[in-house]
Ligand binder design. Structure first.
Ligand SMILES: Nc1nc2c(c(=O)[nH]1)N[C@H]1C(S)=C(S)[C@@H](COP(=O)(O)OP(=O)(O)OC[C@H]3O[C@@H](n4cnc5c(=O)[nH]c(N)nc54)[C@H](O)[C@@H]3O)O[C@H]1N2
Ligand SMILES: Nc1nc2c(c(=O)[nH]1)N[C@H]1C(S)=C(S)[C@@H](COP(=O)(O)OP(=O)(O)OC[C@H]3O[C@@H](n4cnc5c(=O)[nH]c(N)nc54)[C@H](O)[C@@H]3O)O[C@H]1N2
Ligand code: SF4
Ligand SMILES: [Mo]
Length: 825
């Protein structure tokens, strides 16, 4: 067993002021933060944390202790310095020693410390008794949860999160797949990056981006494919705008269905129709082929062509020759693409010319516009294909990079393998060798891991709330660190029926009351962020560690402890899966002297570093598919390391920035420039896919004449449970709204600020109108952010899925708006 890290080691990461940062970039972000905070309404101020800039961190002589942690919010993965006095976080500053953000934070990061101090934190387990909740003790709560599972282990589902820490997700995964031999575990990241995963797998045979944030420092052209990093990955985006303000020539091209702050910063804004991205990617490839301007050498050496099988298509597809690819791509002429996407033919030609230029470095970024898409796998593969066909791959600045949104969607979901069909380290339950490795590392009897994938998120909720399928075979569900009662699509179908269904038992662990806890039978109060130890994995394969700094309020406890305590109660109740093959508890742990530590008892949970022990076990898996991680102690010292991390001859650990590239990736054989060593065709080649354009699943018609897109805003995090409790953020953006084009408003006779009903075939919700607001949707389209629990836009959205990734499309459906007073007959 690895040695546990003593708390005294924490001071090792105490920070000294780092290198000078660019003042303009800092001013930009500071003013963005202050801009949001400046709309404070006088007189309503609640206690809040001071915003401290990195160079204002007090040093010696005061009571504060500073320690590092990644920001609680987005997948950018900035590091903050957290100032603690007594048992309270009292200040937060950007971490100058962090490569990702070099001391900068966005408005959410500056206020991240306040997430802990909303007035209505959950502090005691609560059990539903009729219409009431009664406070109960933890022993009873754990016993109730364990007995529900014991009654029907195969009818239990675990719904987790890309905001789980790596050890939390790893423990949940081991509990389900190794303990209960039940694969009904899936995280909210299914709603977020499942199509990115299938795109990577189909193209390279292995998940996660080859490039990293350094590409943004080196590219000549940056293309955003329907994402809005100016608001959703702000510090990352500032890395690019910063270069431009220093005089670097960098061209920003924003392709989007609506004008956003990213479009405002772009040199060229291309407005497309929903689903137009598929056509645009096909159009670029068409031109590269038609003009013979693709990179023949790169394609010949490193690529192969592929398409879906005619019958029973699979993610693997079938090989097609280059001639067949040429034939199929021929129909996507710039004119045809213009008709499908709304982007003028000459702009498609212009994009193709950029990709045809071998002297440029081109980075593509995307996020939910391409993933929440019924052709999500297809469009992800096509954009990889554009880069491969043109050879814009593998050099710093030349990269197709999918950004993740949540702080550990990569770390906890993709790497730890918490999806319903995956195992740790990028492996799958359907493969006998992969199962055998898991059984070996978990010391389980052969055959324990179930080969059948569990239910993906949408199916899991369908089987739980079962509006259409009779009883539904999921009887008990445990939800941790996610708020499905607000964020699932088509809530009337997938969630709202739970409220009237007493046969189903919903256990929810959260930090605040939410739309989901409202429907819960058992509510478990959780410790959050720096109230516990943790590890996150960000968008660029960077694994980042932090220590617990303050105690959680009341009786709130760690999510990982809850999972282990439930597992141990099941062990006591005699569930055979909670034993390893030597009869020992699945999560048995010892201290440095080899003594057993009863970590299922809360008072002993922090006697050892449970995170470290789980991480060291998980590390074994990381080596199976070249996702190698360093020992835990290395992450204690660093501001994150990008995997694969391999040990050097001198005993140091080296991270990897550019995967598959001979000059940087330790797994590319000596002398090779590029090697796709997980190739689906076992020949070192990546696949350039052909997919036909398909129409969106629901298209506006006479009854529902408008396109509805949903998404986010800078100030709020998802369902708003955390950011709406931070006074500065909630005052800056107090309520959600519907963005509308001025001509549509005129035609519909609605005014700025007026509340209207937004409705679809599935449901409705009310929103104030915002014309020419934060974003500007084109005529005939609406945009609604989903952070406001008082106005649930997911009563309106569609639950149509991508056939491979099973990710729903929240970005397009048919809707209408009407005045509040006006009835539709
Ligand atoms: N402030 C803040 N930042 C966040 C988050 C947050 O809640 N708040 N959440 C994080 C998470 S988990 C995520 S997943 C990311 C999301 O980050 P983004 O994807 O950048 O943001 P969204 O607002 O979800 O996406 C809205 C965009 O989808 C595009 N779109 C609509 N239809 C299409 C289409 O057919 N094709 C394409 N290509 N684009 C289309 C539109 O251009 C629209 O602007 O943000 C992360 N960062
Ligand atoms: N309409 C629409 N809906 C969407 C999307 C969209 O674009 N449009 N995007 C989808 C995407 S990409 C995503 S990622 C999802 C996000 O959807 P969710 O994950 O459901 O949203 P969050 O608000 O992040 O929920 C996290 C919950 O965890 C709680 N929490 C915080 N810290 C802790 C902790 O340490 N422990 C515990 N137990 N709880 C904690 C918070 O209070 C909050 O209730 O939304 C999806 N839904
Ligand atoms: S960009 Fe993301 S990680 Fe960085 S401070 Fe803002 S919310 Fe936090
Ligand atoms: Mo997400």
């Amino acid at each position: 067993m690895a040695a546990s890290v003593k708390h005294s080691q924490r001071s090792a990461s105490k920070d000294q002021p780092g290198p000078m940062m660019d003042t303009r970039r800092r001013e930009f972000l500071k003013s963005a933060a202050m801009g949001a905070a400046s709309s404070l309404v006088a007189g309503t101020a609640a206690p809040s944390l001071p915003v401290v800039t990195a160079d204002e961190i007090p040093t010696d002589g005061d009571q504060l202790t500073w320690n590092k942690a990644p920001c609680r919010f987005c997948g950018t993965g900035c590091h903050v310095q957290v100032g603690v006095e007594g048992n309270r976080v009292v200040a937060v500053a950007g971490d100058q020693a962090a490569d990702v953000n070099k001391g900068l934070l966005c408005v959410k990061g500056y206020h991240v410390g306040s997430v802990l101090y909303g007035k209505d934190r959950l502090t005691q387990p609560l059990l539903r008794k009729g219409d009431q909740y009664v406070e109960i003790q933890w022993d009873e709560a754990i016993d109730i949860a364990a007995k529900r599972i014991m009654d029907a282990p195969g009818e239990f589902a675990f719904y987790g999160s890309g905001q789980w820490t790596i050890p939390e997700g790893y423990a949940a995964n081991k509990f389900m797949k190794g303990g209960l031999a039940n694969n009904h575990i899936d995280p909210n990241a299914r709603l977020c990056m499942a199509s990115a995963v299938t795109g990577f797998l189909a193209t390279y045979g292995v998940d996660e981006p080859a490039g990293c944030y350094d590409d943004l420092d080196a590219c000549d052209v940056l293309i955003t494919w329907g994402n809005n990093p100016a608001e959703m990955h702000p510090v990352l985006f500032s890395r690019v705008t910063d270069r431009r303000s220093k005089g670097d020539k960098i061209r920003l091209i924003d392709i989007s269905t609506r004008r956003t702050r990213t479009s405002d910063a772009a040199d060229l804004y291309l407005e497309m129709k929903p689903q137009g991205d598929v056509a645009i990617a096909l159009g670029i490839m068409n031109q590269l082929i038609a003009n013979e301007t693709y990179n023949k050498d790169f394609v010949e050496k490193h690529c192969a062509f592929r398409a879906l099988e005619d019958e029973n298509p699979t993610l693997k597809g079938e090989a097609i020759g280059e001639d067949e690819f040429r034939k199929r791509i021929a129909k996507y002429t710039p004119e045809h693409v213009e008709a499908l996407s709304g982007v003028p033919a000459e702009r498609i030609i212009e994009l193709a010319k950029l990709f045809a230029d071998p002297d440029l470095r081109i980075t593509s970024l995307w996020c939910m516009g391409m993933n929440q898409h019924t052709q999500g796998t297809a469009v992800n593969s096509l954009v990889h294909g554009v880069h491969l066909l043109s050879g814009h791959f593998g050099q710093p600045g030349d990269a197709p990079t999918s950004l993740t949104g949540q702080p550990s969607a990569c770390g906890t979901v993709r790497e730890v393998g918490t999806l319903a069909h995956t195992l740790p380290g990028g492996r799958v339950v359907a493969n006998a060798d992969h199962r055998a490795h898991a059984e070996e590392y978990w010391n389980l009897p052969a055959g324990r891991v179930n080969p059948k994938p569990g239910y993906h998120t949408v199916l899991m909720f369908d089987r739980f709330t079962s509006p259409s399928t009779g009883e539904g075979d999921i009887k008990t569900m445990f939800v941790q660190v996610t708020n499905p009662g607000q964020t699932l699509p088509n809530l009337n179908k997938l969630f709202n029926d739970k409220k009237d269904n007493d046969d189903k038992f919903l256990i929810v662990s959260d930090v605040y009351p939410t739309a989901t806890t409202q429907a819960a039978d058992l509510i478990l109060p959780a410790a959050m962020w720096v109230e516990k130890n943790g590890i996150f994995g960000n968008s660029e394969r960077r694994t980042q560690q932090w220590f617990k700094m303050v105690s959680p309020p009341g009786d709130a406890r760690d999510d990982c402890w809850m999972t282990i305590a439930i597992a141990h109660r099941l062990f006591e109740l005699g569930h055979p899966g909670m034993k390893d093959k030597d009869g020992k508890f699945l999560f048995a742990m010892q201290d440095d002297d080899g003594n057993d530590v009863p970590i299922w008892k809360w008072e002993h949970y922090y006697d050892i570093n449970v995170d470290q022990q789980l991480f060291e076990e998980y590390r074994l898996f990381s080596r199976l598919k070249h996702k190698n991680l360093a020992p835990y102690e290395e992450y204690v010292k660093a501001r994150g390391l990008r995997w694969p991390v391999v040990e050097q001859e001198d005993g140091s650990w080296r991270e990897t920035r550019f995967r598959f590239s001979g000059f940087d990736d330790p797994f590319v054989p000596e002398g090779e420039d590029i090697d796709f060593y997980h190739s689906n065709t076992n020949d070192g080649r990546a696949q350039i896919w052909f997919h036909d354009y398909k129409a969106p699943p629901e298209i506006p018609d006479d009854e529902y004449p408008l396109w509805l897109c949903t998404g986010r805003v800078l100030e709020h995090w998802h369902s708003g449970t955390m950011t709406r409790r931070i006074p500065q953020l909630s005052r800056a953006m107090p309520t959600s709204y519907v963005e509308l084009h001025a001509d549509d408003a005129r035609r519909l006779n609605v005014r700025q600020g007026e509340t209207v009903v937004v409705e679809s075939r599935r449901g409705s919700a009310n929103f104030p109108v915002w014309i020419n607001g934060r974003g500007k949707p084109p005529q005939g389209t609406l945009f609604v952010p989903f952070f406001d629990e008082t106005r649930l836009i997911n009563d309106v959205t569609l639950d149509a899925l991508d056939p491979f990734s099973k990710q729903p499309d929240y970005k397009k459906c048919a809707a209408r708006i009407r005045k509040l007073s006006q009835d539709i007959t």
